[in-house]
Design a protein around this ligand. Structure first.
Ligand code: AMP
Ligand code: MG
Length: 420
């Protein structure tokens, strides 16, 4: 990757600024090819085209009340002293085309939701009418034309857009599409992302580690972060620090993957397994980003599918996922907004880091009467995973600034809402 642009911090030489690293990745990510998915699978996905309605909604005029469908002009002179008597010529039921039509001096008994019979232009509710014998009804009040009728096409007209391109399908959209008879909308699917943890020292969290072994936490951090971003994580387990094993694991999963996230093994060392396995292919770059934590990163493509080689330290994994993987996943899903909400908050403690890097400190943000405050959740070591669990935001200190103390204002990226 190219050198850093002119900058006055020599120590940052060879490091890529955070924003630039992010842009380089995102510029190479494309939304996944659209598919027609059943509604339940399309939930949460982004419409890949303007979805039009072929029908009017509602599709037929129906009654909003139980009562009698009639002609408003027939009851114009009705009053409690002098009710108008109409002949009941049939029943209109839900789910059926009414057989009867309403002529002059006639009415059809109708249920809520039943289609309005031809000839009728209003409904008189049962409370304002008095059925007589079998086939007569007395009406005591006049009614305006259209009263208690839900008109056809009141909600949506045939040819109108139901869901515009780029909109995410949530509850309202799903119900609307179902109602309009679009059971397989064209959307960008959720990417299936294969998750690999590398390291000879790792054991699954169900095992008891022997001294010096470490339980694999990264797979679960990445799993949850992928889910939250909308992707489908596929846990491929722990891979030993052996390039052949890693290649085998990756190519075993390649067929079902839209992308990969590995953790560990991307530092400069020759024995770093991800680098050893894939660097020679030429399509995966390994580089260092001017950020703390999360400096070493790998990114490229395997069989056209993005491969994110994240560093091994648990905090670095979380932070690099936030900065690089999450926006890429959102872009693959066709989302337009790739960022997180940000607030400016007042620090309650000190945060610090290397002067020439973007420092991302874990903070707990709360909203008080005087605005947002941000409390650091612990030390800055990138192995301290509990500092992530206690936090809801990442405070950003830009390159060139070494520390920020209590009372200072900092920008914070919120990664979960303060209620969660
Ligand atoms: P590496 O970059 O592979 O040298 O890993 C850096 C540090 O992160 C080491 O202390 C590893 O033990 C630790 N680490 C790597 N992968 C994991 C993982 N999946 N879960 C927890 N810790 C890990
Ligand atoms: Mg390792």
């Amino acid at each position: 990757m190219a050198e850093r642009h002119a900058h006055d911090h020599d120590s940052a030489e060879g490091l890529i600024p955070l924003e630039e690293a992010r842009e380089r990745i995102l510029s190479r990510i494309e939304p996944l090819r659209p598919l027609q998915l059943p509604l339940t699978d399309a939930y949460g996905c982004v419409a890949a085209e303007n979805i039009f309605s072929a029908v009017d909604l509602p599709e037929f005029a129906s009654s909003a009340m139980d009562g009698f469908a009639l002609r408003a002009s027939d009851v114009a002179a009705a009053s409690s002293n002098d009710p108008t008597e109409l002949k009941v010529v049939g029943h209109a039921m839900i789910g059926q085309r009414p057989e009867a039509t309403v002529g002059m001096g006639e009415a059809v008994a109708i249920a809520t939701g039943a289609p309005i019979p031809a000839g009728a232009d209003a409904v008189v509710p049962i409370e304002n009418a008095e059925p007589r014998d079998d086939d007569l009804v007395r009406v005591f009040d006049p009614v305006e034309e259209g009263r208690h009728i839900r008109p056809r096409g009141e909600d949506v007209r045939a040819g109108e857009i139901l869901v515009p391109i780029g909109k995410r399908l949530s509850a309202g959209e799903l119900g609307l599409l179902a109602n309009a008879g679009v059971p397989h909308p064209m959307v960008h699917p959720r990417p299936r992302i294969v998750v690999l943890s590398t390291g000879d020292e790792l054991v699954p969290p169900t095992d008891t580690p022997t001294f010096g072994q470490v339980r694999d936490s990264n797979a679960y951090t990445v799993f949850a972060a992928l889910r939250e971003a909308g992707a489908i994580p596929v846990l491929a387990g722990i891979v030993r620090d052996d390039p052949e094993s890693l290649k085998e694991a990756v190519f075993n999963y390649e067929i079902q993957a839209d992308g990969f996230v590995s953790s560990g093994g991307v530092s400069v060392g020759e024995r770093d397994v991800v680098k050893a396995a894939f660097f020679r292919r030429g399509d995966i770059d390994f580089y260092r980003v001017a950020m703390q934590p999360g400096m070493p990163q790998g990114f490229g493509f395997i069989e056209g599918k993005p491969f994110f080689g994240l560093p091994g330290n648990p905090v670095s994994v979380f932070v690099s996922f936030e900065m690089f993987v999450r926006p890429a996943i959102l872009k693959m899903m066709g989302r337009a907004q790739l960022g997180r909400p940000e607030v400016t908050a007042t620090l309650t403690g000190e945060i610090s880091g290397p002067k020439d890097k973007s420092v991302l400190a874990r903070v707990e943000v709360t909203r008080g009467p005087d605005g947002w405050t941000a409390a650091p959740t612990g030390g800055r070591g990138s192995n301290l995973i509990a500092t992530v669990a206690r936090a809801n935001g990442l405070a950003l200190i830009a390159p060139g600034v070494e520390r920020a103390g209590p009372g200072e204002r900092v920008r914070v990226r919120l990664f979960r809402s303060s209620e969660d």
